[in-house]
Design a protein around this ligand. Structure first.
Ligand code: GDP
Length: 625
């Protein structure tokens, strides 16, 4: 075994011999002086230790320096900038570029919420950060009391009740409890919540999961729970309807514990509060706990002035035009400010607060209704303030250029899925089956599969048909959906994001099992089908010397597209096939020609073509996409 002298090892590691001797002492290795020897095993141990210490020292130095580039955080969390923006916005910071910086203590807290810390000890927040009200969403199964709970909270705690109280809702309400503000999103339920998340935005800080004590956890309870978990948001369970006969709050605790929400009183980390939305029991305790969690989470925002926020709801009001309800999370917003919201923009004409007051100016964090946008934005889209209309136009131009460069977002393909699997070594699944029996059976089968270094995680499992919530959840968590003896609910077709999710259906357990194994091994190959885009009839054929044949044609059906695959038919006989290598309208090269128009088509490699032939153009599509 190799031997090291103390001084040469110190040299190699890059520390002084005195320091090295200290380290060795700590490890219980006694040495006499610089010339003493250490064996290789101990040398390696001490090397590791010093390296680790050095690393944390550099980290600490970074903390002292204060800022960290956003790109570093994206790398650390392995997420895109787009996905990170809402988490940054929560701290009152508007950032548009991945090379901009945010304070290290804020980054450290964001990373903690993803359960991927970048430092052992949380450094204190900078001095210009002040506490802010939490933003709370109420979720849970239908009829478990979400609306009643919100009403009961609002009735007793409206922050500033003026002009006869609330007459019209603006998407979120502000209440005051023991001198502290809390903002509630008015629309309960997880659809609004998830849709916002899919668009890459997220405002909620705390989820109240309402579970009726007489019924216990139901399908949507678990869905809601999984949505909140996937969004890294702390959950408080309100065990509601405690006043009812047959209420069994302990049973609810037991059920939730099975889903990894272990009650605090049982040694876990989740707060459970028994409530009655009807009689008011437990409401104060619930609010106290919301405040407690905001303190633990140190919900705060910077005093930077640039306005930023997230849309909760938006509509086109026939009288005043596009109206957006949003939560202002950063800076100050004034009438006359130029703002961009998602893809639309405008000048703020009117600002209305949660208590129906028209104001000239709003300061974050607060719900606010805005009038003045050119178009109606979508829930979850982000508001950013600009100095002038010119600046916004520049921004829009840049975005459009980028869009042109970027190919249209395609439905996710199996190849994309494999690529992701390779990268992340993790396969997220949503599993739906016909019965609880088969659900448990399939879960245990999948859990016992040998999937090499690929980890399989169930984002959600449930019984019943594949519904909108499953699709939304799968989209938001990059999961694929497996259905066993179950179908897709026809409603899911409504979801525009539908095409971005892959659904695979099975009716034999061993088939599903084999499929998962083959999938993680990258052995499930995409199957392609031909999808006809259009047909053209050849009217006249020109031979252009070395360039080959050009078929002067008229488009009879659909459209002809340049670079698409084509087949040439004479009657039912296939004469030849190849790519549409040139497509012209008169003298101009064009990308596509629609039904009813004439054009010149050249099909690569086709040597013979006659008047009356049919050119059929098709694309290859992955089966099931
Ligand atoms: P949501 O669908 O979750 O919004 O449920 P709702 O708030 O509409 O409540 C459904 C039903 O349960 C209504 O008839 C409520 O009056 C009733 N309810 C809600 N909370 C309580 C409660 O704490 N105790 C009792 N007894 N009934 C409740």
């Amino acid at each position: 075994m190799k031997k090291y002298r103390v001084f040469s090892l110190a040299n190699e590691i890059g520390i002084s011999t005195t320091e090295l001797i200290k380290y060795l002492k700590e490890l219980g290795i006694e040495v006499k002086g610089n010339l003493s020897t250490i064996d290789e095993e101990n040398a390696n141990i001490v090397k590791d230790l010093v390296l680790k210490d050095k690393e944390s020292r550099t980290k600490r130095e970074k903390e002292v320096k204060g800022n960290i580039k956003i790109v570093e955080i994206c790398k650390h969390l392995n997420i895109s900038f787009k996905f990170l923006i809402p988490y940054i916005l929560k701290w009152g910071l508007v950032r548009e570029n991945i090379n901009e910086e945010i304070p290290f203590p804020v980054a450290a807290r964001i990373c903690n919420s993803f359960k991927k810390p970048i430092t052992d000890i949380l450094p204190p927040l900078p001095k210009n950060y002040k506490t802010r009200p939490p933003i709370v969403t109420v979720m849970g199964h239908i009829d478990h009391g979400k609306t009643t709970l919100l009403d009961s909270i609002r009735k007793t705690n409206i922050a500033l009740r003026e002009k006869g109280g609330i007459t019209q809702k603006i998407g979120a309400s502000e209440i005051e409890f023991e001198g502290k503000k809390i903002i509630f999103i008015d629309t309960p339920g997880h659809e609004a919540f998830t849709e916002m998340r899919i668009r890459g935005s997220f405002v909620t800080d705390i989820v109240i999961l309402v579970v009726a004590a007489d019924e216990g956890a139901k399908e949507q309870t678990i869905e809601a729970l999984n949505h909140a978990k996937a969004a890294n948001v702390p959950i408080i369970v309100a065990v509601n309807k405690i006043d009812k006969e047959g209420a069994d709050p302990d049973k609810v605790r037991q059920q939730m514990a099975n889903y990894n929400l272990l009650p605090e009183e049982w040694g876990g980390e989740t707060i459970f509060v028994n409530t009655s939305a009807k009689t008011g029991i437990g409401i104060n305790e619930l609010l106290e706990n919301i405040i407690l969690i905001s303190e633990i989470e140190e919900l705060s925002k910077s005093d930077e002035k640039r306005p930023g926020g997230t849309v909760i709801e938006a509509k086109l009001d026939p009288r005043v035009g596009p109206t957006a309800n949003l939560i202002l999370q950063a800076g100050e917003l004034k009438c006359g400010d130029w703002i961009m919201v998602g893809e639309t923009y405008g000048k703020v004409r009117m600002l209305t607060t949660a208590n129906q007051k028209q104001v000239k100016e709003v300061e974050a964090t607060a719900p606010v209704e805005i009038i003045g946008l050119k178009d109606t934005p979508l829930p979850g889209e982000i508001l950013i303030g600009y100095k002038s209309e010119g600046q916004i136009k520049e921004k829009i131009e840049k975005l459009e250029m980028a869009k042109k460069e970027k190919k249209q977002e395609k439905p996710i393909s199996l190849d994309d899925l494999f690529e992701k699997l390779e990268e992340e070594k993790k396969l997220n699944l949503v599993l739906k089956t016909d019965t609880y029996g088969s659900l448990e059976a399939i879960k245990s089968v999948i859990n016992s599969l040998d999937t090499g270094d690929i980890k399989i995680e169930f984002v959600h499992t449930g019984v019943g048909s594949i519904n909108e919530s499953d699709i939304l959840l799968a989209t938001a968590s990059n999961a694929i959906i497996l259905g066993f003896n179950t179908k897709e609910n026809p409603m899911v077709k409504k979801i525009p994001e539908r095409s971005r999710v892959k659904v695979f259906l099975f009716d034999l357990i061993y088939e599903l099992q084999e499929w998962v194994v083959r999938f993680v091994k990258g052995m499930v190959k995409p199957e392609f089908v031909e999808n006809t885009i259009g047909r053209a009839e050849v009217k006249q054929v020109f031979d252009i010397g070395g360039l080959g044949l050009v078929a002067g044609s008229i488009v009879r059906e659909g459209k002809i597209v340049r670079d698409a695959n084509a087949k040439v038919f004479r009657g039912s006989k296939l004469i030849g096939e190849g790519k549409v290598s040139s497509l012209k309208r008169f003298k101009d090269d064009v990308k596509e020609v629609l039904e009813g128009y004439e054009c010149g088509i050249r099909v690569e490699g086709v040597k013979e073509i006659n008047e009356g032939d049919i050119i059929e153009v098709y694309e290859l599509k992955e089966k099931g996409s």
